[in-house]
Design a protein around this ligand. Structure first.
Ligand code: ATP
Ligand code: MG
Length: 419
């Protein structure tokens, strides 16, 4: 009978609310340790600090939940070192995050046969000075006609940066004049032009965390606090399965434990349009009703990774996906096969058993926590950081009420079958 301690670290930026919820439930859930077979594990949790480090400096963490890698290079290099030298498990794979931008994700999923809309990339309108710039452009940059490209794609379409997020630099283009205007204004940013999936009857944001997927009905036209709609059971089984398979395929392909995949439904087909979001919004002010799901999913997956010494997949290993892509199966059959790889890589059945056997108390603890003063205070802290003073009471109440609705509609029934 061995007893040892697993260390979990949170690598955080401006996050306020979700770490408070995560930490509170983590502590309650692991207070007496978790017994797995002959071993008992205690769990320690702390926030990772930013400091100088030697390559030889050992890393004590077993698992790090990282929210900084996509923009803070020091932490990213520390994490990559820790994976290489200390067998750290981190979500998400930092090499994949660093190198696979939106545009690469479009290419990969198109290759696997998913209906990604027609997408073009343009050379930038302007450049920062660099030594070889002029010689390169004079020799190789071909003049091109924006009008011709616009006609080929067909209006309307979207101009959007080939990487990044937060709607930065995204413009809907309805005609050639707007195309010229948007391109002239795009500066040094490298842009994609992507055929619009319009009209569509559904816009769904699918949040994946390990093998867990939540479908959120999304309204991009609403103010930030209403974009994630509170609907549940708005998709039939077939659509749910398609979106789940699609999300898990994308996440397994890129080694992303935590990512969100946006898909639009047109004529019964789901078109993924934005699925390189490997640091998904986790704030209570955006997720509100869905916030408890995210916290629970995050706890389950991180504890599973820590308790079972889940090995970090350092390389992407794409050939098994390509083998299926090149088979003569139908697109839907291929998706089912990709999802099987995803389930294997995410160890879905082992994870389900772990949740059922080791995390039995989570439902009840979460139900209580999401009705607690501590949660109310965490919401208030986040609201105070984002909203003007005169709106603090109103929005704290709004998000609190939505979470209470979750407790009534979902929380008190718990998660069937493990997760
Ligand atoms: N091909 C498309 N068809 C229809 N709408 C689109 C398309 N591409 C982008 N949009 C619209 O533009 C919005 C922003 O585009 P996109 O999601 O690609 O950018 P983003 O900066 O990553 O946004 P976010 O951070 O919210 O995910 C989408 O939420 C959607 O409303
Ligand atoms: Mg998006």
């Amino acid at each position: 009978m061995a007893r040892s301690t697993k260390q979990v670290g949170l690598s955080l930026g401006a996050d306020i609310c979700w770490p408070i919820a995560y930490e509170s439930l983590f502590e309650a859930l692991t207070r007496d340790g978790l017994k797995i077979g002959k071993n008992t594990y205690d769990f320690a949790l702390e926030r990772v600090t930013i400091e100088p480090f030697s390559l030889h400096q050992p890393v004590k963490y077993d698992v790090v939940i990282d929210r900084l890698t996509h923009w803070y290079s020091t932490s990213r290099e520390w994490i990559k070192k820790a994976i290489l030298m200390d067998d750290l498990y981190v979500y998400n794979n930092p090499w994949s995050l660093q190198s696979n931008e939106k545009h690469t994700s479009y290419a990969a999923m198109l290759r696997l046969g998913l209906p990604v809309p027609e997408t073009w990339m343009l050379p930038p309108k302007a450049y920062d000075p660099s030594d070889d710039l002029e010689a390169t452009l004079i020799k190789y940059a071909r003049m091109f006609s924006l009008d011709e490209i616009g006609d080929k794609i067909g209006y309307p379409f979207f101009m959007k940066p080939y990487h990044g997020g937060g709607w930065k630099g995204v413009t809907k283009i309805d005609n050639a004049q707007e195309l010229h205007r948007a391109y002239d204004a795009s500066g040094t940013e490298i842009m994609n032009l992507q055929a619009a999936v319009l009209p569509h009857d559904f816009f769904v944001r699918n949040v994946g965390l390990g093998p867990q997927v939540r479908h959120v009905n999304y309204d991009p036209g609403a103010p930030l606090h209403d974009r994630y709609r509170q609907d549940i059971n708005f998709l039939d089984e077939v659509d749910q399965q398609t979106l789940k398979d699609m999300t898990l395929t994308i996440n397994a392909f890129f080694g992303w434990d935590f990512n969100s995949c946006e898909a639009l439904r047109q004529n019964g087909n789901w078109h993924p349009i934005d699925f390189a979001n490997a640091c998904p919004d986790s704030q209570v002010t955006s997720l509100h009703y869905h916030f408890p799901w995210l916290i629970k999913a995050n706890l389950r997956w991180s504890l599973f990774c820590a308790a079972t010494d889940r090995a970090m997949r350092k390389n992407m290993d794409w050939p098994p996906f390509y083998k299926i892509a090149d088979s003569d199966r139908s697109p839907r059959e291929k998706l089912t096969e990709y999802a099987k790889i995803a389930h294997k890589r995410f160890e879905t059945e082992k994870f389900r058993r772990f949740c059922k056997n080791q995390l039995k108390d989570l439902d009840e603890l979460a139900y209580d926590f999401f009705g607690s003063e501590k949660l109310h205070d965490a919401i208030r802290q986040k609201v105070e950081a984002l909203f003007p003073h005169h709106e603090h009471d109103e929005f704290t109440q709004l998000f609190w009420d939505r979470i209470q609705l979750w407790r009534e509609q979902e929380g008190k029934f718990g998660d069937k079958d493990g997760f």
